[in-house]
Design a protein around this ligand. Structure first.
Ligand code: HBI
Ligand code: FE
Length: 277
């Protein structure tokens, strides 16, 4: 999950180390939380076959996330051999530069706390369900795993170029809320969608939002909302397209972007290639 929050952060940052990591104390999860996790998993995994991309579905099937709240060390024992990524336990949202530095070193920050039953439908901050169910499966996909490391490296550079906002938009419209064309039709790979009941069908079936073919500068020019369903989605043709588009040095892109106006999340330009569902 991305997007800055101005309200007090949920997690307990008091025991976090200098890199903001903490230990997952599995004994702290209550039976009620284990039950809530299983209900969240059952509901989302029932929706996934219709709306998620196969790369996500295929990996989810190999993970036993439905059995209960996952243990970081058990998942890392599978993830590291697969793509050399490691999950690190964190109290919640991290400062951008800390977050990017973890990604640049193939470490994915995963919150240790679980939402309350009242937040079953929606939560603003990334909790352990959003991070594990939404983000972790695609870390097993080699191309996507390389994209995320490249994104992290780009973020470390962007901070130096005062271009974090542009890069945060790219993260939002791909990693969190991205759509992808597949032989089975339009599907999603975005963690913010995959971990959300309502938005998973909405992003594919609703006539309301704009669905625009991926264009790197167009994405980085576009504002986003953090507390409603998206009004615009960007559609890639493949993870390789995303990886190749973000491989070059972004410095000239940032210079070009500074000459362009920011676009509202609802904007539709005559130069946009719209994707119909
Ligand atoms: N922190 N734990 C955590 N998870 C995120 O997804 C995250 C973050 N901090 C900042 C952030 N995402 C976004 O603003 C990125 O675009 C940087
Ligand atoms: Fe996320």
């Amino acid at each position: 999950m991305a997007g800055q929050t101005d309200h007090k952060l949920r997690g307990d940052y008091s025991r976090a180390r200098a890199d903001y990591t903490v230990d997952q104390d599995y004994s702290l999860y209550t039976p009620a939380e284990q039950d809530l996790w299983k209900r969240l998993y059952a509901r989302q995994s029932a929706l996934v076959p219709q709306y998620a991309c196969d790369e996500f579905i295929d990996v989810l099937a190999t993970l036993n996330f439905g059995a209960g709240i996952p243990r970081f060390d058990e998942i890392n024992a599978m993830l590291f051999p697969a793509t050399r990524w490691t999950l690190v336990a964190v109290p919640g949202l991290l400062p951008d530069d800390v977050f990017f530095n973890h990604l640049a070193n193939r470490r994915f920050p995963v919150s240790v706390w679980l939402r309350t039953p009242e937040e079953f439908e929606y939560i603003v901050e990334p909790d352990i369900f959003h991070d594990f169910f939404g983000h972790v499966p695609l870390l097993f996909n080699p191309v996507f795993a390389d994209y995320l490391e490249a994104y992290g490296k780009g973020g470390v550079k962007a901070k130096g170029l005062n271009a974090l906002d542009y890069l945060a938009r790219l993260y939002w419209y791909t990693v969190e809320f991205g759509l992808i064309q597949t032989p089975k039709g339009l599907r999603t790979y975005g963690a913010g969608i995959l971990s959300s009941t309502g938005e998973l069908p909405y992003c594919i079936t609703s006539p309301k939002p704009n669905r625009i073919k991926f264009d790197l500068l167009r994405v980085m020019q576009s504002n986003y909302k953090i507390d409603t369903f998206q009004e615009t989605y960007f559609v890639i043709d493949s993870f390789k397209q995303l990886f190749d588009a973000t491989a070059p040095d972004f410095t000239p892109y940032y210079e070009e972007l500074r000459t362009r106006p920011d676009l509202a999340a609802t904007a539709a330009l005559p130069t946009d290639t719209l994707v119909t569902v």
